[in-house]
Ligand binder design. Structure first.
Ligand code: DOR
Length: 425
């Protein structure tokens, strides 16, 4: 099969131009003028390496009312993703080999995209005893996180970094100093006082990130900072990278598109952890993505069923869907806003997250011999987000009714369509 006429954007080779891509037996076999086999016309579309999401919640096992591996990976394929990394805060927690094996099996059976489970740092996410990191690493787990729960103890965090370094694996700590966020409901500021909601101060994130950067630097270990939401965090990471700390970082689309003003509505669809911040923070996150301080855009796709999410603000769980809107939000807000070029956007959504997580075969290059993990999107198409037609089992997107630019047309996993002509294959 030859994909013809697309603008191929491949950060791994630096290619950006119209060229044909031939795929056979799951791999790219030629890039050039050739037309071999069946022709698939991609005129007017962008063809890029399949997107890679370092931070999703697939909820299975245990919370299948919110999402399953099958529905979450279907949403991923519809969003242009060929690889996702689910967090460990399932029930039971992914803190031992059995859950890793279960998630891998469910993902293989569903077949929508590749899944690279994140293992827990500590047993039950309780923050005291280390999880079975070695047994999980033996199954290919490359990253450990108690996401949703911070590792409070510096001693435990230091041991985790030291142990992970044995396999050159990555530790990702939920960046929240919880003694500063007791009962917190939204970003701390004038607005939280006005609304009578307990504040989640920027310093709670920054104190934890600063501690972890010091520990990772001292141990020579790899740290990944999730969902960066404040200007201070961006600056800490910038400084650490300059001094050679082995750190990568991600930002979520909601942290570069929405501000805490949205909370005035008391609509819990805007409740998320870390919370939506002020304009200066949003601006700093955008700058961090532009200058590469923040490596990746990761969704923190966090499905919750309506009976839980649509409660009064203080009772609603934090989290938002992300997989089916991430690409279009990046194009609409960051590319149209002159923050990133299309090539940089593809790098932040695919090439750089794949490298940050040692995921071979994803993120490009689009070159002979490489697995054909690809996304084709229409950069011109405008569409309005309709929560009712998302592939996720849950509906909690703050973007319902928003018109965005850029729509996924096809997603290919090792040369097989997982999403084709705007529908699940
Ligand atoms: O908003 C969030 N939701 N932040 C987290 O860290 C966890 C996540 C969840 O699991 O729902």
């Amino acid at each position: 099969m030859t994909l013809t006429g697309a603008r191929v954007v491949d950060p791994a080779t630096g290619r950006d131009g119209v060229v044909n891509v031939t795929v056979a037996d799951g791999v790219v076999t030629a890039v050039g003028d050739q037309v071999e086999g069946r022709r698939v016309d991609l005129d007017g579309l962008v063809l890029a390496p399949g997107l890679v999401d370092l931070h999703v919640h697939l909820r299975e096992p245990g919370r299948e009312d919110a999402e399953t591996v099958a529905t979450g990976t279907a949403a991923a394929a519809a969003g242009g993703f060929t690889a996702v990394c689910p967090m460990a805060n399932t029930e039971p927690v992914c803190d031992h080999a059995g859950v890793v094996e279960q998630v891998l099996r469910l993902a293989r059976d569903a077949g929508h995209c590749d899944v690279f489970p994140t293992g827990a740092i500590t047993r039950g996410l309780r923050g005291d005893e280390l999880a079975e990191m070695g047994a999980m690493a033996a199954l290919g787990v490359r990253c450990f996180s108690d996401d949703g729960m911070p590792v409070r103890s510096a001693q435990v965090m230091r041991r985790a970094l030291e142990y992970a370094r044995t396999w050159d694996a990555i530790v990702c700590n939920h960046a929240e100093e919880s003694t500063l966020t007791d009962g917190a409901q939204m970003n701390e500021g004038e607005l939280s006082t006005l609304l009578g909601l307990a504040g989640w101060p920027a310093e709670a994130e920054e104190v934890m990130v600063a501690r972890d950067l010091v520990l990772a630097h001292g141990r020579g270990a790899r740290l990944h900072v999730p969902h960066v939401s404040t200007a201070g965090t961006v600056e800490l990471i910038r400084t650490a990278k300059a001094r050679g700390t082995r750190v990568t970082a991600e930002a979520a689309p909601h942290h570069f598109t929405l501000v805490d003003e949205a909370v005035r509505s008391y609509d819990p669809v805007y409740k998320v952890n870390p919370p939506l911040r002020g304009k200066a923070d949003v601006e700093a996150v955008r700058e961090g993505l532009a200058d590469g301080t923040l490596d990746a855009i990761a969704t923190d796709h966090a499905p919750h069923p309506p009976e839980q999410k649509e409660q009064e603000w203080v009772h609603a769980p934090p989290g938002m869907l992300g997989l089916e809107t991430a690409l279009a939000l990046t194009l609409t807000e960051l590319v149209d806003g002159d923050v990133l070029t299309v090539g940089q956007a593809v790098a932040a959504l695919s090439t750089k997250p794949a490298r940050a997580r040692d995921i071979d075969g994803h993120g490009g290059p689009i070159a002979p011999g490489a697995p054909a993990n690809l996304v084709a999107f229409d950069p011109a198409q405008r569409w309005t987000v309709d929560a009712q037609v998302l592939h996720s089992r849950s509906r909690n997107t703050p973007y319902a009714g928003t018109t965005l630019r850029g729509r996924v047309v096809h997603t290919l996993l090792r040369g097989r369509f997982t999403y084709r002509d705007g529908a699940l294959a």
